[in-house]
Design a protein around this ligand. Structure first.
Ligand code: NDP
Length: 453
């Protein structure tokens, strides 16, 4: 009989924590999870899931406009009701919270409602109870971070933007990352007069340059007011709204300001500082390939560690962690390089592997194949939306090292392409694949002439 109350104590019932708890329990381990907020973490409650639902809602705007060219007459201009969307979303999230609870229950995992803190390498304290565990997993995720400026307290963060009491007719988002471009597109699509403020020359730093420029042009065409090379200096409450003064001197009056300026590990009050658990410069927990922190019985995964802050990454890490600590085999390390990702701005971005710029640095010579075209649907819809597809090939090996798309359902398309890129297929093998006609995605197997070398 083990000297500990549990084999694994998980702090945080988000995507990674729940997956690790269930999978470990399935191996026969005795597992408990502590959660002080909501089951499912950021993704289910204030991230991927509600964001995608709102993105669907925003896409209807284009669909209504596109319908006319196909013969549909809408009897009157459609109107949008924020409360219906928000409340339907709340109902769906409640349903998902329940599913997560049942998953843990069915797996035999004890769920404790409360914020746990680490007492020492093998003890946690939660709700006045001290519990011992052979291993403690910190899966507490991240929390929105907002820089200091006068009026910062008047901003919303991505935890609060979903549940606004009233719809912001004038909306401003600060930042140039995933959350900023996604919410700019969402509120623009839902009908807000939308501004995006980004301190650099062009948003989505780290993405392929051509993808960034193309997305900028498409978002601007859809009506998002893009302000680059500036930042928020102050925000003041004024009659009927908020006055935002930018460092460029420009002022804007809006109803809501979303600060989408990144997320930080949610480690406050967790007690890890007392144990001197090693962190990187940005405060993330340092781990080895077995997901062990500098205190080996304390494990960590997901957004609280240094890797892509993406749900599927946390899920995969959870599976690997359980294999390492409760399985019989040593799993292959996770390949963090060729992880596909989508940004649900409008139009969507899907991407896997290297950008053109990163590939130029990595390889002696590359070939770039790209297509920038008007999707067939828009020959009748009247929309000027275009689509970009792009493959980056290492010239010496002919291997496709990057694939990028900006266009309708780019995430869906790139998910398929990601298998080929992950498998290290060559451009010749892409070319041997017969296309599906008529689709936009067939461009990925029919681009024959390099756009540039
Ligand atoms: P990101 O780190 O992606 O972007 C933060 C943005 O804020 C950057 O543009 C950054 O600018 C800017 N910024 C940082 N500090 C300041 C400052 N002091 N003043 C002004 N601007 C500043 O964070 P997000 O909040 O957008 O998202 C967090 C993470 O969540 C993402 O990285 C992503 O991994 C994940 N996510 C994934 C989604 C998906 O899979 N579709 C959707 C949403 C989030 P700069 O670039 O100049 O540093």
């Amino acid at each position: 009989m083990s000297e500990f109350d549990y084999d694994l104590f998980v702090i945080g019932a988000g995507s990674g924590g729940v997956r690790a708890a269930r999978t470990a329990a399935a191996t026969g381990a005795r597992v408990a999870v502590a959660e002080d907020r909501y089951l499912g973490g950021t993704c289910v409650n204030v991230g991927c899931v509600p964001k995608k639902l709102y993105s669907y809602a925003a896409h209807f705007h284009d669909s209504f406009e596109d319908a006319g060219g196909f013969g549909w007459n809408l009897p009157e201009a459609p109107t949008f009701d924020w409360a219906t969307l928000r409340d339907n979303k709340i109902g769906e999230i409640k349903r998902l919270n329940g599913i997560y609870g049942r998953l843990l229950d069915n797996a035999g995992v004890r769920l404790i409602n409360g914020r746990a803190s680490v007492v020492d390498a093998h003890h946690v304290s939660v709700g006045g109870e001290t519990i011992s565990a052979e291993k403690i997993l910190v899966a507490v995720g991240g929390w929105p971070w907002v820089p200091d400026f006068p009026g910062k307290e008047l901003t919303l963060d991505s935890n609060r933007v979903f549940d606004l009491d009233s719809f912001p007719e004038r909306f401003l988002v600060l930042g140039g990352g995933y959350i900023a471009v996604e919410f700019a597109s969402i509120f623009n699509g839902l009908g807000s007069d939308t501004h995006l403020i980004y301190r650099g020359d062009l948003f989505l730093r780290g993405f392929d340059q051509e993808v960034r420029e193309f997305t900028r042009d498409e978002m601007a065409k859809k009506g998002v007011n893009l302000h680059f090379g500036t930042n928020i200096e102050t925000i003041e409450k004024v009659e009927g709204g908020l006055k935002v003064t930018l460092t460029s001197g420009e002022t804007l009056e809006v109803d809501a300001v979303l600060a989408a300026t990144g997320r930080r590990p949610h480690l406050e009050g967790l007690g890890l500082d007392k144990l001197d658990v090693a962190t990187s410069d940005d405060g993330k927990l340092k781990i080895n390939e077995r997901f062990e922190t500098s205190v080996p019985s304390i494990l960590a995964l997901g957004d609280v560690t240094d890797g892509p802050e993406l749900t599927p990454v946390a899920l995969e890490e959870a599976m690997k962690l359980v294999e390492h600590h409760f399985g019989d085999t040593t799993p292959a390390p996770l390949d963090y390089e060729r992880i596909a990702t989508a940004v649900f701005c409008h139009p969507n971005i899907g991407t896997v592997g290297l950008s053109e710029e990163a590939a130029r640095e990595r390889f002696d010579a590359i070939r770039v194949y790209s297509a920038d075209f008007r999707p067939m649907k828009h020959t009748l819809s009247g929309s000027s939306e275009r689509c970009l597809m792009k493959l980056i090939v290492d010239d010496a090996s002919d291997v496709v090292v990057g694939a990028h798309m900006v266009g309708d359902e780019a995430g869906e398309v790139i998910q398929g392409i990601a298998i080929a890129v992950r498998a290290g297929l060559t451009k010749a093998q892409f070319d041997q694949t017969v296309g599906i006609h008529p689709t936009g995605a067939e461009e990925f197997v029919t681009m024959r002439t390099p756009t540039r070398n």
